[in-house]
Design a protein. Structure first.
Length: 339
């Protein structure tokens, strides 16, 4: 089984040339980070569905929200509040390290785990008001470099989070696959595929910005994998785009997670679940942290619309092939594999 870094070794994401800014030293926004954002850059507040996973109708509610929005919030998910707070605390501890310390664990074209800019950064002339840290399997090697005598707290917290979030993602994926009217065998194959891999944890940091209207935290994008489960740590910033309305703010709810559909699940569902197009704005006075878990699949899997009764909207391809297409073409990837 190959890692994402191995899959992309011939078509690397050119992350090496983009290094996050030292945000602590700034009094104004440098030109490198000023975006020409349209004047219609406002957002509206429309409430995304909030689903209680303990509710008897949760499977249907989840499927309905995924079809209508590609994004929803979940409560009663079983992930303890003190663990959520622990992950935020560890992320803040990491991002508040001096820049030269963080640079020791910089992600690169060779190793996509570690500190650095967003995966989509190489596609834009301007830089985003963001720094991130990606954990693929273990984070011990990096944590030992950052905190040689105290690395366990960080790693244990991240691994505990993954242990608790993965079954939630499994359960959501199960509800979604069942709602597609597909064979039990297809459901089992995709559950096994997601289970085979650990899933990536992505920590995001959006420092307070002297002029938030001229920058973007994360440029509009869709996530690549099956499902994303994200915590906004009580500070707003996440927005989802809807053709009929425009950008919609997703308000952070205490203890809730945001769930969104990624490109691969979108293709498996033959377009029934939209791959949520989202972005992040930043605040003038708050340093926002978010953390996400990206669920499955195994890079050995084969993607194709699973419901055989409908005319397929996407061609068949391996997950590896799709990763390479996405790495090269970013937001055009889905249209390139559409039939
Ligand atoms: O920070 C957020 O709210 C969203 C982060 C995100 O979209 C991502 O990590 O892919
Ligand atoms: Fe995202």
């Amino acid at each position: 089984m190959g890692s994402i870094s191995e899959v992309l070794k011939d078509d690397p994401l050119h992350l090496d040339s983009v290094i996050p800014l030292d945000f602590n030293t700034l009094k104004s926004v440098p030109e490198s980070h000023q975006w020409a954002l349209e004047s219609s850059n406002h957002s509206v507040d429309v409430m995304l569905p909030v689903i209680d996973l303990a509710h008897p109708d949760a499977p249907q509610l989840v499927a309905h929200a995924a079809r209508t929005w590609g994004m929803f919030q979940i409560v009663n998910h079983g992930i303890p509040l003190d663990l959520i707070q622990g992950v935020e605390n560890e992320a803040r501890r990491l991002f508040s390290l001096p820049t030269d310390e963080k640079m020791k664990v910089l992600r690169s074209s060779e190793n996509l785990a570690g500190y650095g800019v967003a995966r989509i950064a190489p596609f834009y002339a301007k830089c985003m008001w963001h720094e991130g840290f990606a954990i693929h399997e273990s984070c011990v090697d990096h944590a030992k470099i950052l905190w040689p005598h105290d690395y366990e707290r960080f790693c244990n917290t991240m691994m505990e989070f993954r242990k608790k979030v993965k079954p939630v993602a499994d359960q959501l994926l199960h509800h979604l696959l069942v709602s597609l009217d597909i064979s039990e065998e297809a459901i089992k194959i995709w559950e096994a595929s997601a289970n085979k891999v650990e899933g990536t944890i992505q920590l995001n940091s959006y420092p307070a910005c002297p002029d938030p209207s001229s920058v973007i935290g994360l440029a509009p994008h869709t996530d690549t994998l099956l499902l994303t489960i994200l915590n906004q740590c009580q500070i707003s910033g996440l927005q989802i785009f809807r053709d009929d309305v425009g950008w919609i703010s997703v308000p952070p709810l205490s203890g809730a997670f945001v769930v969104n559909v990624g490109d691969i699940l979108h293709m498996l569902s033959n377009g029934k679940f939209p791959s949520a197009y989202h972005r992040v704005t930043v605040s003038e006075n708050k340093h926002r942290i978010s953390f996400a878990y990206f669920h499955g699949p195994s890079v050995d899997s084969y993607v194709e619309p699973l419901n055989k009764l409908a005319k397929p909207l996407y061609r068949s391809m391996s997950v590896k092939e799709f990763f390479v297409i996405k790495a090269k073409h970013n937001e055009k990837a889905l249209s390139l594999v559409r039939l």
